[in-house]
Design a protein around this ligand. Structure first.
Ligand code: PLP
Length: 406
């Protein structure tokens, strides 16, 4: 094993265990990533030493917790290259971030006759909130088609950009196919048409650096838990001028400036969108994960992930029983496939018996499964701590599964 990868793996305690008597091969990073010790330590340290509510600064612990919490926001700001920390809104994750935009920006800006564009490869989190908004407002939801390789049809997209399109909501990297979408082009074309954009970055942040200014993104959402951080914390980036114009989301404490029974005025950004006590430890854990990533040679890790996918392709080519779902020319380290004649769930169970963790099913992306006329796939999703040996273990595991199933 590559020394750099061995050193990194050593920092992820959960990777070092046996499952069903075999060394764990964790290939479900698209669902959630494991956490490095420094993130776990940051959580423990917070609860052991600094635990307190934020922004109520009457005492030292509260000041300390508030300092860590707001520094975490700055860490995310730098990570995304946002202009201001005020543009970083804490959410529970990608799902809540998208729901926030649908409920606030959507309520103010979408009306009957408008069109919202998504792609045919969206996660349900980037379909259903828009569908509900369309039902409420009389707007129409349309999906940009995807070809058999799993690539967006950009010519169709150009044709679909009519004056009625007010929003284009698009996944950066498909969790079901691995497709990397050309989001810079998608955003530029939407803007030329006067539309606002939301990028679902749940699967992209873990693989390379994001620059929301270079992308000219209006909204960008991601989840901490797919970025080596805790569950229950995520981020909505929004351009300041858009966030300022939006009504609040949930209401209650923290998000207000002044409350009387006659009238309430709302707090400034980003607190206007952060009603109630936030996930303080989660934000601190997310900042620790980003600090950890910043300490790694990310370009070298991206090359390592490319080598993993090259090995997957090489082994696939030797195997006639596999049908790969998603063959986009730009693809992240997601390997979605079927083993001819076998149900994905059965394959998943047989792999688990060998200590190999994959995901099986529709991956919360039923529309694209329908397009391929399949109920689901087997998905191995890799990240930088995976090894070439683990790719080999997956294919050996599939050979064993075949003996049972085919
Ligand atoms: C995981 C995922 C989501 C939802 O993220 P949550 O953390 O469950 O809110 C949305 N979109 C994509 C592409 C995902 O992979």
């Amino acid at each position: 094993m590559n020394g750099m990868i061995a050193d990194i793996r050593a920092q992820f305690p959960a990777l070092d265990q046996q499952v069903n008597g075999k060394p764990l091969v964790y290939l479900d990073n698209g669902a959630t990533t494991q956490k490095p010790q420094c993130v776990i330590d940051a959580l423990v340290h917070y609860y052991q030493q600094d635990n307190s509510n934020v922004h109520r600064g009457a005492h030292t612990l509260s000041d300390r917790a508030t300092g860590y919490f707001e520094n975490a926001r700055k860490t995310v700001q730098t990570f995304l290259n946002a202009r201001k920390a005020e543009e970083i809104v804490w959410t529970r994750g990608t799902t809540e971030a998208i729901n926030l935009v649908a409920a606030t920006w959507g309520a103010d800006n979408i009306s009957a006759g408008d069109v919202i564009l998504v792609t045919a490869m969206e996660h349900h989190a980037n379909i259903v909130p828009w569908q509900m908004l369309c039902e409420k407002t009389g707007a129409t939801l349309k999906a940009i088609p995807v070809n058999d390789q799993g690539e967006l049809d950009m010519e169709a997209y150009a044709r679909m950009l009519t004056p009625e399109v007010k929003l284009v909501a698009c996944v950066h990297v498909s969790n079901a196919l691995g497709t990397i979408n050309p989001v810079a082009d998608i955003i530029r074309m939407a803007h030329d048409n006067g539309a606002i954009t939301l990028i679902d970055g749940a699967q992209s942040v873990a693989h390379w650096d994001i620059d929301v200014q270079a992308l000219e993104a209006d909204f960008f959402a991601f989840s901490g838990h797919k970025l080596f951080a805790p569950t229950g914390i995520g981020v909505l980036y929004g351009r300041e001028e858009l966030l300022n114009a939006m009504p609040p989301y949930q209401t209650g404490g923290e998000m207000i400036e002044h409350v009387s029974f006659e009238k309430t005025t709302f707090n400034k950004l980003p607190y206007k969108f952060e009603a109630g006590t936030p996930h303080i430890a989660g934000a601190i854990g997310l900042a620790a994960a980003i600090d950890f990533l910043n300490g790694l040679d990310r370009p070298a890790l991206a090359k390592h992930e490319d080598a993993i996918m090259a090995r997957v392709s090489e082994l696939c080519a030797q195997n006639d029983d596999l049908r790969v779902i998603g063959n986009a020319s730009h693809k992240a380290s997601v390997f979605s496939f079927l083993l001819q004649g076998a149900h994905p769930a059965d394959v998943g169970t047989l792999l688990d018996q060998q200590g190999i963790a994959v995901r099986t099913g529709h991956h919360c992306a039923m529309p694209i499964m329908d397009q391929y006329a399949i109920p689901g796939t087997i998905r191995a999703s890799f990240t930088f701590y995976n090894t070439l040996e683990e790719v080999d273990a997956l294919f050996k595991g599939l050979e064993k599964a075949k003996m049972f199933l085919l």
